[in-house]
Design a protein around this ligand. Structure first.
Ligand code: TTP
Ligand code: MG
Length: 384
């Protein structure tokens, strides 16, 4: 039996690349996409803008200061969602087993596929070329015998990269990385490790699990202990509830500012709502997930009337979030999800005619955006 092969495939500077695709004059330019409101945060920056130090989840004001001549654009979630669907459809032609992690990344189980596509490198090359020819976008691909290492490998290869970690070399690969590249460990945790004198993977490898747990807490300690050994077959394997859909973001720099968190919840809600409308999902239950810098994770959910539109979803998610949020702790990850209901639940269960109109409007806008990519859609909140 051959060993398992997983690809992690991730679009390069996704939202910014779509903007550059749709507007040729933006190509080669520093493009910054995000919330343009007063307290907006950067969703992403093109690689040209990253040279100025601009990155995801940074306050927009800071991005302006770092890159005053950048091209600043409001997110167009429907358009990114549409490109995302094209790309995921291509992934499905390479493997029957796809695990989509977010709007722009997925794992492909390529085990046993060498008969069809050749070895991992040949298959990955074909995948990259196919995506580019069909969508005009570049992906980076990491290949390894487990998902966690495949994900780190794609990140290392960026942009427009390809990195295969051969079977048997997982621990060696982990050892070769700077501590910065251990996915799942944020800047605060790294600082705590540094204060304890641990700044390289080799140094972390010399510590017992219990010692790491003392330094950074039980959950983070045992995660790190396994991660540096490449022993991560379990990561990303958590079964998702089949009757729910969700989206989440992990932050490299921990967040604590309320307005920035709100902006991110809004963006996640808008992203999720695209899918809810597109797949005609009905849901009354919203859940949120908060992971703090020490890896402790809280989730909460609330059931009410049918979710109607992105503002409705945003308001519920935001309420749930701030009811649970411990302002004293920095945040590593924010997630928003909804439970899906059987498709035959009735539309008239929407709260009022006014909200039904609002949903129809949002559906119509989504439809329009599908037909004409140049249409700019700006959500009301972002104008205030
Ligand atoms: P990422 O894949 O993390 O980032 P990216 O595709 O822009 O850049 P790269 O992968 O080359 O490093 O996220 C995918 C999209 O998700 C990104 O284009 C915008 C959105 N996003 C946010 O809106 N906020 C965030 O904090 C992050 C990390 C991503
Ligand atoms: Mg990406």
């Amino acid at each position: 039996m051959g060993s398992a092969v997983f690809f992690h495939v991730d679009l390069d500077a996704f939202f910014a690349s779509v903007e550059q695709l749709d507007n040729p004059s933006y190509r080669g330019q520093p493009v910054i996409v995000g919330g343009l409101g007063k307290r907006g945060v950067v969703s992403t920056a093109s690689y040209e803008a990253r040279k100025f130090g601009v990155h995801s989840a940074m306050p927009m004001m800071r991005a302006h200061a770092l890159c005053p001549h950048g091209i600043f654009l409001q997110t167009r979630m429907q358009r990114y969602y549409e490109k995302s669907k094209e790309i995921m459809a291509i992934f499905h032609t390479f493997s029957p087993v796809i695990q989509q992690l977010s709007i722009d990344e997925a794992f492909l189980d390529m085990s046993g596929m060498e008969k069809i596509f050749g070895n991992a490198e040949a298959a990955a090359r074909l995948l990259k070329n196919t995506v580019f020819e069909k969508t005009g976008l570049h992906v980076s691909v990491g290949a390894a015998s487990n998902k966690y290492i495949a994900k780190i490998a794609s990140g290392k290869s960026k942009p427009n990269g390809l990195l295969v970690v051969p079977h048997g070399e997982e621990a060696l690969f982990m050892r070769s990385l700077p501590l910065n590249d251990v996915w799942g460990i944020g800047s605060k945790t790294r600082n705590r490790l540094a204060e304890a004198g641990l700044t390289t993977i080799a140094e972390v490898l010399n510590q017992q699990e219990a010692v790491l747990q003392l330094i950074i807490g039980n959950a983070a300690g045992s995660f790190l202990y396994k991660a540096v050994r490449g022993d991560m077959a379990h990561v990303f394997n958590e079964e998702r509830k089949s009757h729910s859909i969700s989206t989440e973001r992990t932050f490299e720099t921990d967040l604590h500012e309320k307005n920035e968190i709100s902006d991110i919840i809004f963006q996640l809600s808008a992203e999720l709502m695209c899918r809810i409308l597109d797949e005609q999902i009905k849901s009354r239950t919203v859940h949120i997930k908060i992971r703090y810098a020490d890896f402790s994770t809280i989730s909460a959910q609330q059931t009410g009337a049918l979710i109607n539109d992105s503002t409705d979803l945003y308001e519920r998610a935001q309420r749930l979030f701030f009811a649970r949020f411990d302002t004293a702790l920095p945040v590593r990850l924010i997630g928003v999800g909804v439970d899906t209901e059987a498709a035959d639940s009735q539309l008239e269960l929407f709260t009022s005619e006014k909200s039904a109109k609002k949903r129809k409007l949002e559906e119509a806008v989504l439809d329009m955006a599908k037909k004409d990519a140049s249409i700019k859609i700006v959500q009301a909140r972002l104008l205030t």
